[in-house]
Design a protein around this ligand. Structure first.
Ligand code: SAM
Ligand code: CA
Length: 223
């Protein structure tokens, strides 16, 4: 099962899991089922999922958006932490993987909170902005195709309210971002994304070595 981090040391990861992880049975079950997929490594780690739930509760988020659902681990973490009337827009292009997610959303009794949009995420984001939802989201999670991160970020930032939080996944990209020998399009995109955020005065940021690296972004009140 996918439970390890890609960048941090395995002993440390084991210790964090032993003293911090409180993974609900349904999430364990989803992780076990997803392990049968060849690309199971795409799933976020359980500690990261727990951290997402923590953040959702800490900021009392009610409205969230996720870009990259896969079999639904992160969306379950978000949706279960939202209040009963909370809403999550979940974006993906793959009906097969998200069918698994739908099953688990139902089992967790959170399906009523989740609106799945099967379309290229940039189209969904543009639609939400055109629909006047600018500045209305409390939380955004970006975890889809890496070459589009910058575009997802700009749209998600526009959707966030001032003080809203965004989490961007895989920003250390297996350590490739700090190894100049890696020049593939995904590494280059994430490297550029990280540099752009460092200069981005519209937000407060913190890049954390959790799982494959996450950047936490807080939208500033005025910029
Ligand atoms: N957050 C998920 C989890 O916790 O298991 C993992 C997401 S996985 C890394 C990336 C997902 O992005 C895949 O399910 C893929 O179908 C989706 N994806 C790839 N390109 C996309 C696009 N252009 N628009 C929307 N989703 C896309
Ligand atoms: Ca990821």
């Amino acid at each position: 099962m996918s439970s390890t981090n890609r960048v941090i040391d395995t002993d440390l990861s084991d210790y964090l899991t032993a003293v911090s992880l409180r993974e609900p049975d349904l999430l364990k079950k989803l992780r076990a089922e997803t392990a049968a997929y060849p690309n199971a490594v795409m799933q976020i780690t359980p500690l990261q999922g727990q951290f997402i739930s923590f953040l959702i509760k800490a900021i009392c988020a009610e409205k969230a958006i996720e870009i990259g659902v896969f079999t639904g681990y992160s969306s379950l973490c978000i949706a279960t932490a939202l209040p009963h009337h909370g809403r999550l827009v979940a974006c993906d292009i793959n009906p097969k993987w998200t069918a698994v997610a739908r099953r688990y959303w139902q089992a967790a009794d959170v399906a009523h909170k989740i609106q799945l949009r099967i379309a290229p995420a940039i189209e969904t984001l543009t639609m939400l902005l055109d629909d006047g939802q600018c500045g209305t989201y409390d939380f955004a999670f970006i975890d889809a195709d890496k070459e589009s991160y910058e575009a997802y970020y700009e749209s998600a930032l526009a959707l966030l309210r001032p003080g809203g939080l965004m989490m961007v996944d895989n920003v250390l990209w297996k350590g490739y971002v700090f190894d100049p020998s890696h020049t593939d399009s995904e590494t280059v995109a994430i490297r550029q994304f990280n540099q752009n955020r460092h200069q981005d005065r519209r937000v407060d940021i913190s890049l954390l070595p959790i799982a494959d690296g996450i950047t936490l972004v807080r939208k500033r009140d005025s910029f």
